[in-house]
Design a protein around this ligand. Structure first.
Ligand code: ADP
Length: 417
């Protein structure tokens, strides 16, 4: 009998297929509140009725059990599967902490053993069907996030947690580079311990420099999902093993977590809608736009392929302010340059860097606007979305039709900020 079982790819695939999406929570450094954020995001997701799991792959310092009031718990085995521990709103939890004898026990494992253990945590655990799996990784970009990202593949994306002090450091940049090298999409950045909630008056006070998260998000074209204040009650709830989102769900800080989760869910939904549309219709490869002067639009190459245009609107008319429009007209055209569908969608709340990835996720390949700032134009270019500015007609459908005929008149960029 062979002493080593062959790796069961099929079993892993079956488990991963039953997870709708996994969020791998990363941070450049320890102590920025990554585990706290991971656990509370998961609780917020589950409080919305989503079937949620938490996988703690921090093998050397698992803190998820303590944050969830599960210290000292052990997992059982049933039908040859490890049973996750279920807490609160049926959140299924697996952590290395459930397998260790005591908190003090040190784990000395090298890369391949760690990778195998993480694989078991996915493959041999009775996760069932999950809408969301939140994965808490150790800080940095080591074996654990690498392994889990590879095992989950296209089912996963990263959420990067940072603090106002850490935001501009090389550690955070390393996290971003790590995700890009692995082709792991980044759902967004969360700035934790940003501002302070006074325990006496409940007001929020900025004690460190603010705005770093926005700048970082802007520079890298990654959505800023939101900021969580420095809140003494978070420390208290951690120390008392009473998860914050469950026991303090009506506070201002809890509202911030909920807002972040709303954005995360919104992105996931729009991405899935877009990818469903992708499977039904082939998205064309758009040739790079040529340099043009105001008033000249080269649309020849777009006539032969089906396209999805986005036009910012207010009350159904072209809006000069791209970032502050009420709705986007999404206009599909066929390979002969005819409009085949026109719908209106409401954009997510205005945040720097949010619209380019969001529109790209809708499957948009060309934006026609009155005006757009240069930073947004750059971000669209990175997403492979073409931008035409200076459009003047009021009717979004006419704007697209004129563009496809090559008769669209454009003036100066009406809003350059
Ligand atoms: P990491 O996983 O990044 O090492 P932890 O989640 O373990 O960080 O948090 C480190 C410490 O910071 C904990 O004591 C936790 O209670 C505290 N903490 C995390 N986020 C906040 C916050 N927003 N306000 C106050 N304390 C926080």
């Amino acid at each position: 009998m062979s002493c080593e079982e062959p790796v069961d790819e099929k079993a892993l695939k079956e488990k991963v297929e039953r997870i709708n999406h996994a969020y791998i929570v990363l941070s450049g450094k320890g102590g920025v509140g990554k585990s706290t954020v991971a656990v509370n995001l998961a609780l917020s997701l589950s409080l919305r009725g989503l079937r949620t799991g938490i996988l703690d792959v921090d093998i050397h310092g698992p803190s998820v059990p303590k944050l969830l009031g599960l210290s000292g718990k052990r997992v059982g085995v049933y039908n040859e599967e490890i049973m996750p521990i279920e807490v609160y709103t049926n959140v299924k939890v697996i952590s290395m902490g459930f397998l260790l004898d005591g908190n003090e026990q040190a784990v000395i494992w090298r890369g391949p053993i760690k990778a195998n253990m993480i694989r078991q945590f996915l493959q041999n655990v009775a996760w069932g069907d999950l809408d969301a799996l939140v994965v808490d990784c150790p800080p940095g970009t080591g074996d654990e996030p690498l392994t889990i990202a590879q095992l989950l593949g296209a089912k996963s994306s990263a959420i990067i947690v940072t603090t106002p002090q850490q935001v501009a450091t090389i550690d955070v940049e390393k996290c971003i580079t790590f995700c890009r090298q692995l082709n792991l999409p980044i759902t967004g950045i969360i700035e934790n311990m940003s501002g302070f909630i006074c325990p006496h008056c409940g007001k929020e006070v900025d004690i460190f420099s603010s705005g770093g998260g926005k700048k970082l998000a802007n520079n890298y074209g990654i959505p800023l999902l939101g900021s969580i204040p420095l809140d003494p009650d978070i420390v208290k709830s951690g120390d008392e093993e009473r998860p914050y989102m469950y026991f303090c769900s009506k506070t201002k800080t809890a509202e911030k977590f909920d807002e972040i989760v709303e954005r995360i869910v919104y992105f996931e939904k729009s991405k899935q809608t877009a990818s469903k549309a992708d499977t039904e219709k082939e998205i064309p490869v758009i040739p790079p736009s040529q340099d043009k002067k105001d008033g000249e639009v080269n649309s020849i190459s777009h006539k032969e392929v089906s396209m999805k245009f986005a036009v910012p609107t207010n009350e159904g008319k072209l809006c000069a302010h791209f970032g502050h429009c009420e709705a986007f007209a999404l206009i599909d055209t066929d390979g002969e340059g005819k409009v085949v569908n026109e719908t209106y969608v409401t954009p997510p709340p205005h945040e720097p860097g949010l619209l380019p990835p969001w529109l790209s996720q809708q499957g948009v390949n060309c934006i026609i606007a009155g005006g757009m700032g240069s930073r947004a134009q750059q971000l669209f270019a990175q997403q492979g979305v073409q931008v035409v500015t200076g459009a003047q007609s009021e009717n979004p459908r006419e704007v697209v039709e004129q563009y496809l005929k090559g008769t669209l008149q454009t003036g100066a960029n009406t809003c350059d900020h």
